[in-house]
Design a protein around this ligand. Structure first.
Ligand SMILES: Cc1cc2nc3c(=O)[nH]c(=O)nc-3n(C[C@H](O)[C@H](O)[C@H](O)COP(=O)(O)O)c2cc1C
Length: 366
């Protein structure tokens, strides 16, 4: 099936993308002491030079003491850290690409470094890392306000450094998603409650503050997921109406585009329709969406963490949905981690040159 639709331009406010291929945010943990290296800049620039329409950076930490859980994940605050990000965006622009940083706070998800501790309190809505698992204390009002400011400061820095858009990491069970999820948000103030609209308030306040920091024309994306790393079967919205109640406040608060994370993009979100998450999110809000999840590969990314390799897979189903207008952009993770030339090869029909995904790609910056 022809892939032309993947290579049509797309415009959103100040952003004009040459095509629909987005590099998905992927943590690399290869930025010693939180400062992105020249190798990191070159890694992104290689994808920019080979026709990726928009690069979304690995998650990068906002200015809260416990925003990250690994000292080698890049930070998005501090003089040396931001100077390094300026080198990254300059390299990407020099290669002809466009890029958004993904602003991240891990909340109560503590990573692979159990011995590494932050120099301040952990943040989470209610001191829960997952339902029933106590971890630290719930955030005070001051901590919530400071975290909102930290995201806004990061977004303002992104614009100042010359990035083309900004993405907020609101998915996968990290801080913003811990607020969305009733399993980890037991607050009874305005940031909690039984209603998803209340639990979306933290994200909405962040989006409003981000919008104030970047102005009306700068594109703001938020990444969202039903699934959590704490529980792959968790769901925030069981019906289209619940999805609308969750997402509409985010759009009203300033989100221009919703990045809808699934492990397999073809899986329907609700019974009775084959629309996926990005399809429903676009339908209930009217704003453009990004889909993601096993594009161009046979296996999914959680299996990849377990060591499973994946083979190249047909793009026909993706193209069919994109042509139908279900979503606007397509994020590609592992296929682009493995092969910087993936987008170019797809456009040129060089399918026999597409590569298997091997776990070894996760530990290098090739
Ligand atoms: C090594 C690796 C690191 C990831 N890090 C992030 C991250 O920092 N932020 C995020 O939102 N998703 C992250 N993800 C998820 C990807 O953005 C993407 O949603 C997932 O890999 C599915 O896409 P794929 O099947 O094309 O790989 C990561 C995935 C991988 C494989």
């Amino acid at each position: 099936m022809p892939v032309d639709v993947l290579f049509q331009a797309f415009a959103l406010k100040t952003l004009t993308l040459p095509n629909r291929v987005v590099m998905a945010p992927m943590t690399r943990s290869l930025s010693p002491r939180g400062v992105a290296t020249e190798d990191v800049a070159a890694y992104y620039a290689r994808r920019a030079a080979a026709e990726v329409g928009l690069i979304i950076s690995e998650g990068t930490g906002v200015a809260r003491p416990a925003a990250l859980n690994d000292p080698d994940i890049p930070r998005f605050h501090g003089e040396a850290e931001l100077a390094a990000w300026r080198r990254v965006i300059d390299s990407v622009h020099a290669a002809g690409g466009l890029m958004a940083p993904q602003l991240w706070h891990v909340g109560a998800v503590r990573g692979r470094h159990p011995t590494w501790a932050p120099d301040g309190p952990y943040d989470s809505p209610s001191g829960l890392s997952r339902p029933g698992h106590k971890f630290g204390e719930g955030m005070t009002d001051e901590a919530v306000a400071d975290a909102i400011d930290a995201f806004a400061a990061g977004a303002g820095a992104a614009r100042r450094l010359g990035f083309d858009a900004v993405e907020l990491h609101g998915a996968h069970g990290y801080l913003i998603d811990q607020f969305f999820w009733e399993g980890t948000n037991a607050r009874d103030d305005i940031f909690g409650g039984r209603d998803i609209a209340g639990r979306a308030r933290f994200a909405a306040e962040i989006l409003k503050a981000v919008r104030r920091a970047v102005g009306p024309a700068f594109p703001v994306i938020i990444r969202l997921s039903q699934w959590k790393q704490q529980d792959f079967a968790a769901r925030l919205a069981h019906t289209p109406a619940e999805m609308e109640a969750w997402l509409r406040p985010l759009v009203e608060a300033g989100a221009d585009m919703l990045h809808c994370s699934q492990r397999r993009f073809w899986e329907p979100e609700f019974e009775g329709s084959d629309l996926n998450f990005a399809g429903w999110a676009k339908k209930v809000t009217g704003v453009p969406t990004i889909t993601v999840g096993s594009v161009g590969l046979t296996g999914d990314f959680i299996a990849a963490y377990g060591g499973e390799a994946s083979r190249p897979a047909s793009l026909d189903e993706l193209v069919r949905r994109l042509e139908r207008g279900d979503f606007d952009l397509v994020a590609v993770g592992r296929a682009l981690l493995q092969d910087p030339l993936w987008a170019r090869k797809v456009r040129q029909g060089r399918t026999e040159e597409l590569m298997d995904f091997e776990r070894s790609a996760m530990v290098t910056l090739s």
